[in-house]
Design a protein around this ligand. Structure first.
Ligand code: NAD
Ligand code: GDD
Length: 332
């Protein structure tokens, strides 16, 4: 492992899922880490005592300047977002995250930050490429001509462009990853912002704990996705940040499954078989989405490798315990 003991990093949004894991990894590598999030610290998913932990609203320029001050690297994981249920119902709120990235870019440029990372999304891809469960996987160039996910996807695509132009016009080295549905322990698993992997683990864990025999699934379950484990996500962020590649890269698994297959897997791990009720009026997003990892392999000689079975097994165990704590039950 390289020695980063003289390096400093800002993890913006580090009270959330991916930022919390990233901050842990940077601390392990010896960085001086500043974590900033707008939530009170007792609501952070992970709190690292060895980091400088700051509560601030990074959509404000002054807060962004204070956060970036003295930092070598800035990782922007801060956004007002969630799974498809949240982003379809909160398009303006999602788009307001543009203020966070704008102000962090300006602050980083003015503070002489060495490298800037932006967390983009598979939601930037044009809708026409995602109309069936088994269409060809998404290559980076398929984001244009642009017709991304309404609200959230437009914000991400605009922010990608802003990173590019801050690099070209101001010399700030920017790096961008397009995350494909990241999951794992210490992520959002209830409250309305959870994505399919956590939602399905929660519903099945709750059924097991409460002795129920039914669950609700959004849509007919034949829509497809690839899901990316958090360890691959953190590894990919660091590899992209440290690379020479200044183009947006997919950071996603290529293991395509339908939602019904995801439910089959979680049921198998949980040792149960439930009756599924398909809610066809719930939010469903695109019909199919997979990552094409040709470019990341070419650029980095690496791509995500954790299987869905391995990742979901760890995630289910963690969510099962969380559901138990939430219902005040002691679980094995
Ligand atoms: P998360 O919601 O767990 O974390 C985001 C954090 O940002 C939250 O803790 C939130 O409080 C914080 N935040 C929001 N507004 C802020 C503000 N004004 N100032 C400071 N902090 C603020 O989400 P996550 O899953 O960790 O996602 C991290 C990043 O990755 C986001 O940019 C998200 O859009 C992107 N992304 C995530 C996924 C995924 O599947 N998790 C997929 C694509 C893109
Ligand atoms: N959230 C959720 N909850 N989704 C469910 C459920 C459930 O209980 N049951 C079935 N689904 C289906 C949804 O209808 C959708 O078709 C699919 O599972 C995936 O839903 P999400 O995981 O919520 O979102 P997404 O894959 O459409 O988009 C997510 O990934 C993007 C990156 O790949 C979002 O989190 C975006 O914010 C993110 O950028």
């Amino acid at each position: 492992m390289s020695d980063y003991s003289s390096s400093s990093a800002l993890v913006a949004g580090g009270g959330g899922f991916i930022g919390g894991h990233l901050a842990a990894r940077l601390l392990r590598e010896g960085y001086r880490v500043r974590v900033v999030d707008c939530k009170p610290v007792d609501e952070w998913y992970q709190v690292h005592p060895d980091a400088e932990n700051v509560v601030a609203d990074l959509s404000l320029l002054d807060a962004a300047r204070a956060a970036a001050d003295g930092m070598d690297e800035v990782y922007n994981l801060a956004a007002d977002m969630g799974g498809i249920g949240f982003i379809e119902g909160n398009k303006a709120r999602c788009m307001l995250s543009v203020l966070i990235n704008t102000h962090l870019l300006m602050a980083s440029r003015d503070a002489g930050v060495d490298r800037f990372f932006f967390s983009s999304s598979a939601c930037v891809y044009a809708a026409a490429h995602q109309t069936a469960p088994d269409l060809e996987p998404l290559r980076e160039e398929m984001a244009y001509p642009a017709m991304p996910e309404d609200g959230y996807g437009w914000e991400k695509l605009f922010d990608e462009r802003m990173c590019r132009h801050f690099s070209e016009d101001f010399g700030l080295r920017t790096r961008v990853a397009r995350f494909h549905n990241i999951y794992g322990p210490h992520g959002t698993w209830d409250g309305g912002r959870e994505k399919a992997p956590a939602a399905i683990c929660r519903k099945i864990a709750a059924a097991v704990i409460n002795g129920d025999d039914q669950i609700e699934i959004w849509g007919d379950g034949e829509q497809s996705r690839s899901f990316t484990y958090i360890d691959d996500c953190v590894e990919g962020i660091l590899r992209i940040m440290r690379s020479d590649c200044d183009q947006p890269l997919n950071l996603g698994s290529e293991e395509l499954v339908t939602i019904n297959q995801l439910v089959d897997l979680v049921q198998e791990l949980a040792g149960c078989s439930l009756t599924r009720h398909h809610n066809l009026s719930a939010a469903q997003g695109v019909r199919g989405r997979n990552s094409d990892n040709t470019l990341i392999r070419e650029q980095l000689g690496w791509a995500p490798a954790v299987s869905l079975r391995e990742g979901i097994s760890e995630t289910y165990k963690w969510i099962y315990k969380e559901v138990g704590y939430a219902s005040h039950r002691f679980l094995p």
